[in-house]
Design a protein around this ligand. Structure first.
Ligand code: FES
Length: 88
């Protein structure tokens, strides 16, 4: 189905771009602009954005996988004591 009539982008094109980006970088945040760039195109009128976003949200690989989120180490009680100065 054609999603963007200005650039002749189909739902298949959008899903293929998302799948490719997720396979290339598991932590990347995928935006409509990145999808356009991956397809070698640029948005024109923007009238397709609601349907474009809806199509993107339908792709199971749009979001960063749960196991790759929050990779910043969480401060534990043990880490907290390591930073405290002994002189107190
Ligand atoms: S319909 Fe997609 S930019 Fe115009």
């Amino acid at each position: 189905m054609i999603i963007c009539h200005c650039q002749n982008i189909t739902d298949h094109d959008i899903n293929a771009a998302i799948d490719w980006m997720r396979a290339s970088d598991g932590k990347t945040i995928i935006t409509p602009g990145k999808v356009y760039r991956a397809l070698g195109k640029a948005a024109d009128c923007g009238g397709c954005m609601p349907l474009f976003l809806s199509t993107m949200r339908g792709n199971e690989y749009l979001e960063v996988p749960m196991h790759l989120r929050n990779l910043k180490p969480v401060a534990t009680q043990e880490n907290h004591h390591e930073r405290r100065q002994e002189s107190h």
